[in-house]
Design a protein around this ligand. Sequence first.
Ligand SMILES: Cc1cc2nc3c(=O)[nH]c(=O)nc-3n(C[C@H](O)[C@H](O)[C@H](O)COP(=O)(O)O)c2cc1C
Length: 227
Amino acid sequence: MNVSEAVARRISTRAFLPDPLSRADVSALLEAAQRSPSGGNVQPWKVIAVAGEARDALIALAASSLAGDPRAVVELDRPIYPPDLLEMDPVYDQRRRRVGEMMYDILDVPKTDRAGRLAWFANNYRFFGAPVGLFFVIDKRMGHGQWAHMGMYMQTIALLAEERGWGTCMQECWARLREQLNRHFELPDNEMVYCGMSLGVPDRTHKVNSLYAERAPQDEVVRFLGF
Ligand SMILES: Cc1cc2nc3c(=O)[nH]c(=O)nc-3n(C[C@H](O)[C@H](O)[C@H](O)COP(=O)(O)O)c2cc1C
């Protein structure tokens, strides 16, 4: 598989087979991802990989912490979306809503079925069935630049996973449990969990994995100058 194919094939996988991944295989992937670029080569990322009982403990932590409402509003010092998203160019919120509607259409869970949508969303906190969870940790004192570099690291992991026939779903929903996760992983005060990621072999028969999210046309995002 070449890079273009990996980029085009990568989707957010939201249903996985239970097939385990070995520590050696996950370690090799993460070793390869260390080649991700970062400003000044600071490499501001750390990652905690969980499988087996360690993964199950996180599922239990989420179940007890979210007690029935996986979408409960949690005040975050670093919100998942900017609080004034709705006041920005409306296109951002439109895109966010659009992908959600596409997903729930595929799953056949209408907006009126709030319980059904919540039940589906709760799968996030079971890693969508994936055998491995990754948790991305950053020093709280890092700035916006280093957060962007963390994103490069995560995307590199996602593309390397694709090459292996694996799938990923980045999961910032875990930020709702940031405080609990920080404690669970016994992080020092200066570190925090930014985001989670499910990793495993995709269940290609599951309809949710047929979602191929749209992208804006190029002229909305690119300016060519001097060509
Ligand atoms: C940093 C980050 C966090 C995300 N968090 C979640 C999440 O918590 N749950 C989820 O189902 N998808 C999550 N996504 C997936 C996005 O919804 C998805 O990338 C977007 O809709 C585009 O779809 P695609 O990844 O299939 O191309 C996240 C993506 C990114 C980059």
